[in-house]
Structure formats: structure tokens, C-alpha cells
Design a binder for this molecule. Sequence first.
Ligand code: PLP
Length: 361
Amino acid sequence: MSRVYNFSAGPAVLPTPVLAQARDELLEWDGAGASVLEISHRGREFMGIAESAERDLRDLLDIPPAYKVLFLQGGATLQFAMVPLNLLGDKHTIDVVNTGHWSKKAIAEARRFAEVNVCASSEDTNFTTVPALSEWRLDAEAAYVHYTPNETIGGVEFPWIPETGAKPLVADMSSTLLSRPLDVSRFGVIYAGAQKNVGPAGLTIVIVRDDLLGHTAPNAPSLFDYQKQADNGSMMNTAPTFSWYMAGLVFAWLKQQGGLATMAEVNQRKANKLYACIDESGGFYRNPVEPSCRSWMNVPFTLADASLDSEFLQQAGRADLVALKGHRSVGGMRASIYNAMPEAGVDALVGFMREFQRRYG
Ligand SMILES: *Cc1c(COP(=O)(O)O)cnc(C)c1O
């Protein structure tokens, strides 16, 4: 077996011990006589798996009792629609902050259901900053405020949580959930596609405050109704059992590592090492993001001489450093360094980058 250091933005690297455990348990899950892939989502065995996954996630994030945790499908993209369908109620307008690619996607989809007030934007800095709260122009009539705490493509991350008063705050945390401790009580809804920092694709985590349930648009599909999903333990229909099981293994692994405070230390150290390598390169490598809002999870960078990009990627691949090609919309490189990327992987990347610069700089 030989595993490379995989810097994919998503589906992304999973902890090796988690994959090994899944492999060991794949043919027969804990005395069930069958694989976890083959058993009913409503049976005793899977209910046990589902419950401990939720319990561990609640422990990790210290989720207050007044919040439901839903294990849904459809990715973060479906939440771009489900959030307005569930939270708009008898209002017509929502506030959305635009900090780049995923904000824009959320805005475009929400426009199918609501008037969108883009209450703040960092477009004027080409999305290399986050807009200061003092510049946000909230609409008094808006049902909620939506933002993207970590822009996976631009590599921009809010270092603070916006204060929105009585108005519910909604966050697309797809690429940052579980990277550090989080004060869940500041939010109305938190959602995340699992395939970045939680588990395999096919699962979406939604954390929603109880008072926001029960206001779903009457013509919305029942599967899109947070209240109905909560009432049915996220099992109105066949749940994404394998992804749910795998996410549960990841949660247990995170607890074993020491929880999110430990992950935060490691993640910050990993990110610091990589940004230091970029900043100390004298312009050979460049990251355009304002240092105070650089992402801990997704680090885009360019080479001063873009004609070296393919050489960089090829040689990195030969050094077992893979999936470093930047998103097609920005080019260059991007290293996603989620929880499951070991610090040794970042050290290896930094070593490679220094050596590459020595040879071509
Ligand atoms: C990946 C990503 C999405 C899209 O997620 P899907 O699960 O593919 O729908 C949305 N928002 C952010 C911030 C992402 O990183």
C-alpha cells in the first residue's frame, strides 16, 4: 500500500486510520453478519451507528440542546435552496454577503426563492479580503443573513463571526466545519457538504436552531422540510448510510486526537508553515489574500512564472504530492490542508516548494 499526500479540495483526504477501520469492518459490521453497506437504515445496528455519530458531533462542537443535527443529502448546493425555503416564512428578502465563488452560487440559487440583498461584498478587492461588519448594509425586513465563512476556491476565511442581532445568521461551513472550536449558539443554521472536512461525499450536515423549524414553504418537497427531517431522525427516506457511518468514524477519530482545540492548533501551524513558505519566497510564490483572512484549510498560490505551473505539478506528483492544481477559475495551485492532512504532508510540500524554487528561481 502506498498513500500519497492528497491536497484535493473535495472529495478530500480522509484519516488513514479511519479508512483502515472501515476496511477491517467492511465485510461484517460488529456482529451484524453483514456489511454496514448492506443493512437497513432503520435496523438496530445502523440506528446505533447514527446515534453515536450525532452524539460525537454534538460533543466535538458542543452543540447546544436547542439545535437539531440533520444528516441529509444533496450537498451544500441543495442547502442554497433549502435555507430560503425553510427560513423565509412570510418575508420576501434575505441578506447575503458576497466573498467569492461559493457566495455567488448561494446568491444565484436563493434568487429563485427570495429577493436577495447583497449586503456586503469584497468584489472590489477581487475577493482577497472580507468586508468589515461596519460596511454591511442589512435590510431590516430580511429573514436572515447568509455568509460563507471559508471560500474554498479563493482561500478567504472570516477570522470573526458577524454579529447580526436578532436576525438569524446562516453559514455555509462546507470547507471549515470541524477545523477548530465553534460557538454554535451564534448561528441560526450551519451547513456543510461532508466531502471536505467531515467524511465522504453524499452526506450534508445541517445544524439548525429549533425556533427556525416549522416555517417551510408549503409547496416545498417534504424531503426539503427541516422540521419533517428532524421529526424523522433524518430518515424520511433511505439515508446515506455509508457516508453517515464514515463521518461517525471521523468524529471518533477527531475526539481521539484531542478534539477541536487540538485540531485548531495543528491546523493553524500547518497553514502558517505553508503561508510562510509562500511569503518568504521573494515573489516566486504568491498568495493574494490579505493575511488576516487567509484560510487555514485552502491555500491557493501562483508561481510568478505561470509557464512553470505544469512542471511544478508534474514534479510534485512524482514526489507523491497530488491534486495541487488550482481551481479552473483562478489557475495556479491550491493546497487543501483539511484535518486529515497530516502535518508531515505540509512539511513535505514546503520542502518540495523550497527545492523547486532553488532549481527554478
Ligand atoms: C464544495 C462547496 C460547496 C458545494 O458543495 P456540494 O456538496 O458539492 O454541493 C458549497 N460551498 C462551499 C463553501 C464549498 O466548499
